[in-house]
Write a protein that binds this ligand. Structure first.
Ligand code: PRP
Ligand code: URA
Length: 205
């Protein structure tokens, strides 16, 4: 299922990120803040278990999260979403998968992978940009091979082409976006988009 999280604060911060004049510091800070706002929505339906807690006054039954949360940023740009989400889920574990997209073929290439146990966890795959969907689809395929069954894909900006690719390759994976943009241009960039997320987060190019 596709969830586009619409909220005036998210749209405002994303407008700052889209602006080509926004510099690295402000770009990163706004990404961090949007990630936190999105996390609140993405976690809304996480499973919980009943627990007994002794308060200073009495004993009560309440609830805690039932499953481990694993964040898997797709390097590099996915790293930009980790701080904002882990601030809300400090007990989360973090895995990593490195993918780069060939500029000519637009095909993804994996160059690094390191994961915690994911069999029983809710896994959130993080990448600000869902363009053709090739990188996210390949990352999710790898993550499933390592035993993950409950996977959510968290992106900032998506193109319809990328959403369709994930829905076809991984119909069991929910997709969360802050914005669904219009289309991809001839170079595979999202239009209107925000340019190259990795370069803008890390100040390269
Ligand atoms: C970007 C982005 C995604 C990918 C999206 O990464 O962060 O991972 O492209 O494109 P796709 O949906 O068509 O696969 P890039 O390959 O530029 O690497 P980087 O994060 O190291 O900059
Ligand atoms: N990767 C990016 O960083 N931006 C795009 O628009 C497409 C792929």
């Amino acid at each position: 299922m596709l969830h586009v999280i619409e909220h005036p604060l998210i749209t405002h911060k994303l407008a700052i990120m889209r602006d080509k004049n926004t510099k690295t510091k402000d770009f990163r800070e706004n990404l961090d803040e949007i990630a936190g706002l999105m996390a609140y929505e993405i976690c809304r339906d996480l499973p919980t278990v009943d627990v007994k807690v002794e308060t200073p006054i009495t004993t009560c039954m309440t609830k805690k999260l039932a499953k481990d949360i694993v964040l898997v940023p797709i390097l590099r740009a996915g790293l930009g979403l980790v701080n904002g989400i882990s601030a809300l889920i400090p007990s989360c574990k973090v895995g990593f998968i490195g993918m780069y997209r060939d500029e000519e073929t637009l095909l993804p290439h994996e160059y690094f992978a390191k994961f915690p146990m994911m069999d029983e966890a809710t896994v959130m795959v993080l990448d600000p940009m869902l363009a053709t969907g090739g990188s996210a689809a390949a990352a999710i395929t790898n993550i499933k091979k390592r035993g993950a069954k409950d996977i959510r894909l968290v992106c900032l900006v998506g193109a319809p082409e990328g959403v369709k690719a994930i829905q076809e390759a991984h119909p069991d994976v929910d997709i969360y976006l802050a914005a669904l943009d219009d289309h991809l241009n001839e170079k595979g960039y999202i239009v209107p988009g925000l340019g190259d997320a990795g370069d803008r987060i890390f100040g390269t190019k």
